[in-house]
Design a protein around this ligand. Structure first.
Ligand SMILES: NC(=O)c1ccc[n+]([C@@H]2O[C@H](COP(=O)([O-])OP(=O)(O)OC[C@H]3O[C@@H](n4cnc5c(N)ncnc54)[C@H](O)[C@@H]3O)[C@@H](O)[C@H]2O)c1
Ligand SMILES: [Zn+2]
Ligand SMILES: [Zn+2]
Length: 356
């Protein structure tokens, strides 16, 4: 039976989005119907609304989501109704050219998994990134559902479905950052801060956050930036060089998607260093720079799609990290250490943690 639910659509370029009735059919073979519980607002949704991604209006926006599987179609064995899942926009099909060549993180198969959800007048909706999750229920390919621990709140888990995975993965998988590296991240929004966190998890020693908004620089420090640069006030390339012994950073991650910030990343890295472009440019953007610099500076210029993630491997690993707070049995004050020893000997705690 078709479900009639509320959803957020973009009807045309630059037009404000609207909440309207969306018709969602029952899952067909290989598909799953998911009751969405939370969905992050990613900058890519804004790109869709502004015509920066394509012209296939109307779009059903939202793609950074977690929810509960409500029904599955024939042949689906990977998830069952009741499972708590993160929706991913790169299910690994196992059959396309990329999968067969052993590079499943480039799987091409599911970008347009399904176009079956419609408006009441029958107009077919284009789901953002093959998901469309600003909606009470959405229809996806079953492979787009990655089962994770339901102890993680949906508003946190959903973020792994796009921005946080994209940023973390750009640092950990694409670059990849290794222990002792110096890393600069240009643009400290949701994606950039996740890249900072990823750099920290990977053991980077110097992590430089660059933004034009002081509030974002403050957040960048909370996520692990050891230094920050307000690029409205300070030349970021010169300052990155100063902070890295005059060399430039081993890895610079661009998380905005603009030519001028890409060039900051390009010139802010060490000779033979790595640039990772995570920000998504619009079709009109052009890059102008001496070709000789591309040759002379060497190194690797990469783009990162979805953090080169493998959802089945990376989502559960990252939700488990979130659940590290389970190790914290209690928060105690400095004068309670002796009492904590007693609890430790009695086996009552995993960890008492002193908060100063
Ligand atoms: N590659 C992928 O798989 C992938 C996935 C998700 C998002 N994205 C893209 O990543 C980019 C960032 O997304 P987000 O959700 O973090 O956006 P956001 O709007 O939260 O963050 C952008 C940040 O860039 C800063 N900024 C803007 N102009 C700047 C400039 N000239 N110099 C320095 N800082 C500047 C802003 O202050 C903000 O903090 C977008 O382009 C988005 O489409 C890519
Ligand atoms: Zn594939
Ligand atoms: Zn996104």
């Amino acid at each position: 039976m078709t479900s009639r639910v509320r959803g957020v659509i973009a009807r045309g370029k630059g037009e404000p989005v609207e909440v309207t009735t969306v018709l969602v059919p029952d899952p067909g073979p290989g598909e799953a119907l998911v009751a969405v519980q939370a969905c992050g607002v990613c900058h890519t949704d804004l790109h869709y609304r502004e015509g920066g991604i394509g012209d296939d209006y109307p779009y059903l926006l939202g793609h950074e989501a977690a929810g509960v599987v409500e029904a599955v179609g024939d042949g689906v064995t990977s998830v069952t109704p009741g499972d708590f899942v993160i929706l991913n926009w790169r299910a690994v099909c196992g059959e396309c050219r990329a999968c067969r060549r052993g590079r499943p993180w480039y799987c091409f198969a599911t970008h347009n998994a399904q176009q079956k959800m419609t408006l009441e007048d029958g107009t077919v909706l284009s789901p953002a990134l093959g998901i469309g999750a600003f909606v009470d229920k959405t229809l996806v390919a079953a492979g787009q559902c990655t089962k994770v621990d339901p102890a993680v709140p949906p508003e946190v888990a959903g973020l792994l479905g796009c921005g946080v995975m994209a940023g973390l993965g750009a640092a950990i998988n694409t670059a990849p950052v290794t222990r002792g590296d110096s890393v600069a991240v240009i643009g400290c929004g949701g994606v950039g801060d996740a890249a900072i966190l990823g750099a920290r998890l990977a053991g980077a020693r110097t992590i430089i956050g660059v933004d034009i908004d002081p509030r974002k620089l403050e957040l960048a420090q909370q996520f692990g930036a050891t230094h920050v640069i307000n690029s409205r006030e300070t030349d970021p390339v010169e300052r990155i060089q100063e902070l890295t012994g005059g060399n430039g950073a081993d890895v610079v991650i661009e998380a905005i998607g603009r030519p001028e910030t890409y060039l900051q990343a390009f010139y802010g890295r060490d000779l033979a260093g790595t640039v990772v472009l995570v920000g998504v440019p619009t079709p009109d953007m052009r890059l102008e720079a001496p070709l000789l610099d591309f040759f002379g500076r060497g190194g690797a210029l990469k783009s990162s799609w979805y953090g080169d993630c493998l959802p089945e491997r990376d989502f559960p690993m990252l939700t488990d990290l979130y659940l590290l707070d389970k190790f914290v049995s209690e928060i105690i004050a400095l004068d309670q250490v002796e009492a904590a020893f007693a609890k430790m000997e009695r086996g009552e705690v995993l960890r008492s943690v002193v908060k100063l």
